[in-house]
Design a protein around this ligand. Structure first.
Ligand code: DQA
Length: 145
């Protein structure tokens, strides 16, 4: 099973960036936790601050078994990322936010990415990534209930 975990703009600063909002774990810590918890999964774990590079990662994921994506601030305005995700139709996708975006500034409440994914996780902190991978591993039929 191959799963892409994609982190967008500013998420490389995790750990030092507003720990009261995003926690103290770094992206490296989150990756380690995922690999420990799901040793059977082949993870492609990526981060970029460049929108075009992220679009490339999404395209690379078209042959994979699932995508977990935290787009950072692109969540709120990147139609390019929406379109890239929409293009890999057959691949299950989960949008993850560490923070509860609905309890913060009003502009964080809207996601232009959500219409292109199967599920959204917000406010669970680093555990949200584990929840997302768990959901993907259940397989397409089980996911539908
Ligand atoms: C975020 C929420 C976004 O609004 C913000 O721009 C981020 C991180 C989160 O994980 O909570 O960079 O996606």
């Amino acid at each position: 099973v191959r799963v892409f975990v994609l982190n967008g703009v500013n998420l490389g600063a995790l750990g030092a960036r507003r720990p009261e909002v995003y926690g103290t774990l770094t992206l490296g810590d989150i990756e380690r936790r995922l690999r420990e918890r799901f040793p059977e999964v082949e993870f492609d774990f990526r981060q970029t601050d460049h929108e075009g590079e992220m679009v490339g990662f999404v395209r690379e994921a078209r042959e994979s078994d699932g995508v977990v994506i935290n787009p950072g601030a692109w969540t709120h305005y990147s139609y390019a990322l929406h379109d890239a995700l929409e293009t890999i139709e057959g691949v299950p996708k989960v949008e993850v936010h560490l923070s509860n975006v609905h309890a913060r500034e009003p502009w964080r409440r809207h996601s232009v990415i959500s219409p292109a994914v199967d599920a959204v996780v917000a406010g669970m902190g680093p555990y949200g990534y584990e929840a997302a991978v768990g959901y993907l591993l259940r397989g397409a039929e089980a996911r539908r209930g």
